[in-house]
Write a protein that binds this ligand. Structure first.
Ligand SMILES: NC(=O)c1ccc[n+]([C@@H]2O[C@H](COP(=O)([O-])OP(=O)(O)OC[C@H]3O[C@@H](n4cnc5c(N)ncnc54)[C@H](OP(=O)(O)O)[C@@H]3O)[C@@H](O)[C@H]2O)c1
Length: 315
């Protein structure tokens, strides 16, 4: 199977922009459906990338879009529901429609974005719905459709909504009450995730497989927030909340019209987002360290405080 044309669902998102750009560099012709042109328009500077307005939840529109494609990459995902049922629609029903449309259009290759720790029996609705979607995608693997799924831990990189969110919150608050401070995660660099997707497209060794993608080191959430404060040169009092207070904080924040954190996110954080194995060797990279990449986009750097943080957390 030689893959040349790839349709990327969710190509306008944070991870999507990196995946699309990596595919462009490798000479693939890429089709990106979008619902909001402003979010996608940056991609149009790449000559081999075509943007098309589409309702990807419409099975017929999906089928038409997939005609002539060699591969489909599904990166669509959400952390919060706007309307009840969004997790089911986006994480479960969409993968089912994607598989059906791949079959109908004769697409031979499907890469599916899952997440570490998800499972149909997960604690949160996010985990359960992502777990179901992953199972649907992998169950479709067979002779006519080669499927690979990826399970990254939290992903960091320029324009991430994780470290950058903490950076802006820390900027405005001298005292920072932090929920779920002991949640454990192993952040992975967005460029490494994009590399794994691009490298697996044409590699038969990855067909039917599921890969966990993590960076080199495990952190608690509190360590990560302290890291961001140190990089930004902000002296902040971070107050770790108890489990009960974390649950209450998440419930209250979940009532705000703009969602930063919900009770479902609090439940997700109860599961370690860490890998049980090193970064898969067949993708040919050493995963980038947070300490090397994040200071480049979380400016300004305050060297003495930042250096002290690195020294203290080195071991
Ligand atoms: N970021 C992380 O730390 C992380 C960690 C593990 C797994 N993941 C998974 O990686 C994938 C990409 O995440 P991301 O951080 O790049 O998220 P993102 O920036 O929010 O991008 C999500 C993409 O999905 C599209 N999308 C979301 N809801 C949609 C809907 N209802 N209908 C149509 N399109 C929809 C968005 O379109 P618009 O541009 O129009 O909004 C965007 O293209 C997701 O599946 C996520 O679960 C992310």
């Amino acid at each position: 199977m030689e893959i040349k044309k790839v349709c990327v669902l969710g190509g306008s998102g944070f991870v999507g922009r990196h995946v699309v750009s990596r595919l462009h560099e490798r000479g693939y012709s890429v089709l990106v459906p979008y619902r909001n042109y402003d979010r996608a328009k940056l991609l149009s500077v790449m000559p081999s990338v075509s943007l098309v307005p589409a309702d990807i939840h419409d099975p017929e529109a999906l089928k038409r879009m997939f005609q002539g494609m060699d591969a489909v990459i599904n990166l669509v995902g959400i952390l919060h529901e706007r309307r009840r049922g969004d997790f089911q629609r986006v994480h479960v029903e969409l993968p089912r429609k994607v598989v059906a449309a791949c079959r109908a259009a004769g697409v031979k290759r499907l890469l599916h974005m899952s997440a570490i720790g998800v499972s149909p029996d997960g604690l949160s609705r996010y985990q359960r719905s992502k777990g179901e979607g992953e199972a649907i995608a992998l169950a479709a693997h067979g002779e006519r459709l080669a499927v690979t799924a990826f399970r990254p831990s939290v992903i960091f990189g320029p324009e991430d909504s994780f470290l950058n969110l903490f950076a802006s919150l820390l900027h405005w608050t001298p005292v920072f009450p932090l929920g779920s401070p002991n949640a454990r995660m192993q952040p992975v660099y967005v460029g490494d995730v994009a590399q794994a997707f691009a490298a697996s497209l044409n590699n038969p060794a990855t067909f039917g497989q599921r890969y966990e993608l993590c960076g080199p080191k495990v952190y608690t959430l509190q360590q990560l927030v302290e890291f961001v404060a140190a990089v930004k040169g902000l002296k902040r009092r971070i107050i770790p909340l108890s489990d009960d207070m974390s649950s209450l904080q998440a419930s209250l924040l979940g009532l705000l019209p703009v969602k930063m954190l919900t009770h479902d996110n609090y439940l997700t954080l109860k599961t370690d987002a860490v890998c049980n194995c090193p970064f898969p060797e067949l993708f040919g990279i050493q995963p980038a360290a947070l300490e090397a990449e994040a200071p480049q986009y979380l400016t300004p750097i305050a060297p003495p405080r930042f250096k002290r943080f690195i020294d203290e957390t080195r071991h």
